[in-house]
Design a protein around this ligand. Structure first.
Ligand SMILES: [Cu+2]
Length: 183
């Protein structure tokens, strides 16, 4: 949990840094312009407009920073605790066939616990991605035709899970999905 949180903060910083540079540059530019304006002895209302621009810039910057800091807790993968990759022995095995454009799972209703998914593609390259009932991506594996892939997941949370394809595979790709239920 700790590790994931630190990773999230790091990514946040990486994403934020370029915007911060632009923001600081705009801010300095604005301040310099304001100084030049007062040196040139602009009329009072023009100076007010310049001041308002700086205030506006600061307000936007602060709002934007606040929104980013507050919303970091809602990045879904920080909370992805409903399933974990595990070394434990599976108590259930599900056979998965992927094809253009859908999935065939040989079980719809599973019990909470350790589940092994044995997946293969019947035609093109697909993916087998599992999403929790909350919509968090739990695991994904690429399915090459002719090869069998296995994912072992500990599914802790009851509810309806979604299976999706994350490898572009043609016209029906975006609708290529299936469901299973954990009780
Ligand atoms: Cu696909």
């Amino acid at each position: 949990m700790m590790g994931t949180g630190a990773g999230a903060v790091l990514i946040f910083v990486y994403l934020t840094a370029p915007f911060l540079v632009v923001f600081v540059a705009l801010f300095l530019l604005s301040v310099r312009r304001g100084k030049r304006a007062s040196a040139e002895g602009l009329r009072e209302n023009e100076r007010l407009i310049r001041a308002a621009e700086v205030v506006w810039l600061i307000a936007i910057g602060l709002t934007w920073t606040a929104i980013n800091l507050v919303s970091i807790q809602w990045i879904p993968w920080i909370q992805a605790q409903t399933a974990v990759s595990t070394q434990q022995e599976p108590t259930q095995v599900v056979q998965v066939e992927a094809f253009m454009w859908g999935y065939r799972l040989d079980a719809y209703e599973l019990r909470t616990g350790v589940v092994k998914f044995v997946a293969r593609s019947l035609d093109a390259i697909h993916a087998f991605a599992v999403y929790s009932p909350k919509g968090e991506l739990l695991a994904t594996v690429m399915l090459m035709p002719g090869m069998t892939e296995e994912i072992v997941l500990e599914l802790r949370e009851p509810g309806e899970y979604t299976v999706r394809c994350l490898e572009y595979c043609g016209d029906g790709h975006s609708a290529m999905a299936s469901k299973f239920r954990v009780v």
